[in-house]
Design a protein around this ligand. Structure first.
Ligand SMILES: CC(C)(COP(=O)(O)OP(=O)(O)OC[C@H]1O[C@@H](n2cnc3c(N)ncnc32)[C@H](O)[C@@H]1OP(=O)(O)O)[C@@H](O)C(=O)NCCC(=O)NCCS
Length: 180
């Protein structure tokens, strides 16, 4: 946690998760309506603080093992509240592809927080450098697809690889991002 970079935007601070965030992590991840968009079936909402602390440790270990990747808490500067997460992670079952992801507490949607936070991680990804970044979602996840569209990611349509079943797939390359 100590060496994970923090970032600032106009309204937000992006920082590593801490154990003290566990109650908020649990509040977000114990919700079926959040986890149903994240989990491969079966949907498994978090049950207790121990699981929330473990979630923080897993992301910390992932960043330590590969500093290109990680999860950042999106903190609203005006309230100090953790609104949710932006993350960079491996695309499962791919040969080293990287995806960006996000989730918000329902009390923090509709404010443009992810649209403001995600460009920081895309810029970070391209600095490391990565040639391209994907975003993958269930095909009926309209709010997530709209984030990708607002970010100017290219819509590659529906794919049937990497995850079981169909996924909606967006991607941006370094060149597209640089000249957006
Ligand atoms: C996907 C998810 C993060 C999108 O949340 P979101 O609030 O729609 O996204 P943003 O934070 O970018 O906010 C955009 C919304 O804020 C509004 N908004 C308000 N102020 C804004 C601003 N300054 N800038 C941009 N948008 C703003 C936009 O109009 C938009 O609302 P609308 O969709 O009603 O038009 C959220 O629905 C979520 O957490 N879902 C559950 C988990 C999930 O699906 N994760 C993705 C898995 S692939």
């Amino acid at each position: 946690m100590a060496d994970q970079e923090s970032y600032e935007t106009t309204r937000l601070r992006l920082r590593a998760y801490r154990e003290s965030d566990a109650p908020r992590v649990l509040d977000i991840h114990s919700r079926y309506d959040v986890r149903r968009w994240i989990d491969d079936p079966p949907v498994t909402p978090m049950r207790d603080l121990a699981e929330a602390r473990e979630w923080v440790h897993v992301w910390d270990a992932l960043h330590a093992a590969d500093p290109r990747l990680g999860a950042w808490a999106i903190v609203a500067k005006d309230t100090g509240v953790v609104a949710g997460t932006v993350l960079l992670a491996s695309v499962p079952n791919s040969d080293g592809l990287v995806q960006i992801g996000w989730h918000l507490h329902p009390d923090s949607t509709g404010r443009g927080y992810v649209t403001e936070a995600a460009p920081v991680l895309l810029a970070r990804a391209f600095e490391h450098p990565m040639p391209e970044v994907y975003a993958l979602m269930f095909i009926d996840n309209a709010p997530s697809a709209e984030v990708c569209e607002r970010l100017g990611m290219r819509d590659l349509g529906i794919v049937e690889k990497w995850y079981e079943g169909e996924s909606r797939c967006f991607r941006t390359t370094y060149e597209e991002w640089r000249t957006r």
